[in-house]
Design a binder for this molecule. Structure first.
Ligand code: ATP
Length: 320
């Protein structure tokens, strides 16, 4: 049976990563397995930057945002010789297996290490909900809460001023954060990779909402990387009866104390990762599918299409 495992966080940070680190550590320790916390992702691994985690080291981190282990990117980790050096460092420290908390790039690193004899399990940690093999990622719910709280505030001021608030949220080519925010905030429009962006269509729809439906305000939620929200706001002011105002929520979406849903998800996934490693399984990633904690081989997960949100887009349209 595995005697010592490592845990690291990699890629962009997300609320709930600490809850996952804590769960991995506590579940492993309760099974007599030692846990090495590796700082700053694969970069820290290459530098041998690590510390032994005990129960108290992971006390008081459950409610904290970010990652107490730190995260980093190491593009060189794609190179075999760098991976080999890391395998040697793991072996020197008697670390037999690893839990990697991060996005799909981090999963590929985990897969490479598994092929070299170090069993790795990937946990999906990102606010973007853009990782295949799971319905939800650790951090998504907290970011959604932040978006909803802020858009609700914008609604208060836009309805007093016949305004159209155009709010850009994150998502990294995945429209879930935009779609879920739009449904939860009663937005008038959502622009996401799934809907596509057509400026004329947006302006016509706003014109209709203002002149025919006689709405005194409108909220448009836009997924990042699709359009220039400042430029769109100007066009709205010039071409419709609304005064357009753009807000980019930015990195506040990444921060904050994880929501109970994210703490729960991270705890359940952390437990599953240790259970898999104890069974001698590597190269898998953990997911939640229809509220069941599951695991699939990483290569299979990365090839799978993401779950369709067609029904939710239909719901959104019916609620406007
Ligand atoms: P996020 O989506 O939050 O940015 P991510 O895990 O997808 O998270 P990346 O920057 O893509 O973020 O990857 C994190 C790290 O994983 C990289 O810096 C690199 O060390 C490692 N990595 C990425 N792609 C590969 C790959 N193809 N092979 C090996 N390692 C990789």
């Amino acid at each position: 049976m595995v005697k010592k495992i490592g845990v690291l966080t990699s890629g962009g940070d997300a609320p709930g990563m600490n809850a996952a680190i804590r769960a991995v550590t506590r579940v492993a320790l309760s099974n007599g397995i030692e846990v090495m916390g590796i700082h700053d992702g694969y970069k820290g691994l290459l530098e041998g930057n690590m510390e032994l985690l005990d129960r108290t080291r992971v006390s008081d981190i459950l409610a904290r945002g970010g990652t107490t282990l730190g995260s980093a990117r190491l593009p060189e980790f794609r190179e075999e010789d760098v991976q080999d050096t890391c395998v040697n460092i793991l072996r020197q420290n008697e670390i037999e297996a690893l839990v990697v908390i991060g996005g799909d790039g981090s999963y590929r690193g985990a897969q490479a290490l598994t092929k070299k004899g170090i069993n790795c399990i990937g946990l999906p940690g990102t606010i973007d909900n853009d990782i295949p093999g799971t319905d939800f990622t650790i951090g998504f719910d907290t970011a959604l809460n932040t978006c909803v709280e802020n858009v609700d505030k914008l609604r208060d001021t836009s309805s007093s001023h016949h305004r159209c608030s155009i709010v850009e949220v994150m998502g990294n080519h995945c429209g879930d954060l935009a779609l879920y925010t739009a449904i939860n905030c009663g937005a008038e429009m959502v622009i996401s990779p799934e809907t596509g962006y057509d400026e004329i269509e947006v302006l016509e729809r706003l014109h209709y909402l203002g002149e025919v439906v006689r709405k005194n305000h409108a909220i448009i939620i836009v997924s990042e990387k699709l359009c220039d929200v400042e430029a769109l706001a100007k066009k709205v002011s010039q071409n419709t009866g609304f005064s357009g105002r753009a807000t980019v929520l930015g990195h506040i979406q990444r921060g904050g104390s994880p929501s109970p849903t994210d703490r729960m998800l991270a705890s359940r996934m952390g437990e599953k990762a240790v259970d898999l490693l104890m069974e001698g399984i590597g190269g898998h990633c953990v997911g939640i599918i229809d509220n069941e904690i599951t695991s699939v081989p990483i290569d299979e997960a990365l090839e799978r299409p993401r779950k369709s949100r067609k029904k939710l887009y239909r719901l959104f349209e019916r609620l406007v």
